[in-house]
Design a protein around this ligand. Structure first.
Ligand code: ADP
Ligand code: MG
Length: 326
């Protein structure tokens, strides 16, 4: 039996779940998003930006068999696709408002679309973001999401100063350590399987940390391609260098299960962590510490160039750099 045609598909799986008939200003989940004047269904969405805020916008594409296994559960694919985009908003200290979805599908298959739409709606609801439009095409499976948020105090990459302390949120390495288990190359214990699920398909965009550090941090970003490369972006944008004390790196339990210095390597260059890396001037350390956030100081910014790693005071050379597509 053929699946729904293009417009029926959009109505059934997307507009009906994100808009209530006759109430274009409220999401299907019952939360109001007053900033949406007109959602899915016309040539454009019409939006009313919050007054006095700066809008932050970002887009990311997830390609099947590059960013996720094509055969993965569609509910989980949707969760990951939206969460990795939300992480960019968190990296800027922006609050989620709206997103668009450009979906390329090999076929119109309700068995795939139903759990995908459910994963998307549940994730969107959890983070208070609403779908306002998109595009639907036929081709190899690919998911492009554009998110827009609003910020009071944006956290840019170019604000660090020499002497600032470098922090990361939570732990590093789980995203990369999860990959061989996601791909089925390693089986993993039941506990590792569960940690893999969480890290790979349900990464937590760090909005709470971003909000809390907003007035103390001088620069920030989300770690999507690995700490070394992403901290390198802060260095470059701020015209500085950095020194890391590797023994202080908070390594995720899943990455620790890989033996020895490979755990360090995974935490440094693995990518897919979606934690925050940020810098804080010395004078704010005490106030920041009082907040008891899940963050760890791992090094300092300096006037050199590039990121230098030391392990117990001895220079340590990572064997690779961060993920790059080309
Ligand atoms: P147009 O031809 O004017 O660009 P489309 O026919 O592509 O419009 O889409 C019709 C409406 O459905 C638009 O409001 C568009 O934003 C929305 N839409 C299309 N695909 C999706 C999707 N995958 N998710 C959400 N909204 C979508
Ligand atoms: Mg049009």
């Amino acid at each position: 039996m053929p699946g729904p045609g293009e417009f029926e598909l959009i109505r059934e799986y997307f507009s009906s779940r994100f808009q209530t008939e006759g109430q274009p200003n409220s999401g299907a989940q019952g939360y109001a998003n007053q900033s949406v004047v007109l959602g899915i269904g016309d040539d454009c969405a019409l939006l009313n930006p919050p007054t006095g805020k700066i809008l932050a916008t970002s887009v990311d594409t997830l390609v099947a068999d590059v960013h996720f296994p094509a055969s993965a559960d569609p509910f989980r694919i949707a969760s990951r696709a939206l969460r990795v985009n939300l992480s960019d908003l968190a990296g800027m200290n922006a609050e989620p408002l709206w997103f668009t979805l450009a979906l390329t599908l090999p076929e119109s298959n309700p068995d795939w679309l139903e759990p995908f739409a459910r994963g998307l709606a549940e994730t969107a609801h959890a983070y208070g973001i609403t779908l306002i439009g998109g595009d639907t095409t036929k081709g190899p499976l690919s998911i492009t999401i554009q998110v827009t948020g609003a910020c009071d105090v944006p956290l840019r990459r170019d604000g660090a100063s020499a002497g600032d302390h470098i922090f990361v949120s939570n732990t590093l390495g789980a995203g990369a350590a999860a990959l061989p288990i996601v791909l089925g190359d390693i089986e993993g214990s039941p506990e590792q399987q569960q940690q893999t699920e969480a890290a790979y398909y349900f990464p937590e965009p760090q909005f709470a940390v971003a909000r809390a550090i907003g007035k103390y941090a001088s620069a920030a970003l989300d770690i999507s391609d690995g700490l070394l490369g992403d901290l390198g972006h802060i260095c470059e944008a701020s015209g500085l260098g950095a020194e890391l004390d590797l023994e202080r790196l908070p390594i995720a339990p899943l990455a620790q299960s890989v033996k020895g210095e490979r755990a360090l390597q995974t935490a440094l260059t693995g990518g897919d962590d979606y934690q925050l890396c940020f810098t804080v001037p010395e004078q704010h350390l005490r106030a920041l510490g009082a907040l008891q956030l899940p963050i760890t100081a791992i090094g300092r910014m300096n006037t050199e160039s590039g990121v230098r790693c030391r392990l117990h005071g001895v220079d340590w050379q990572p064997s690779g750099t961060s993920f790059q597509h080309f």
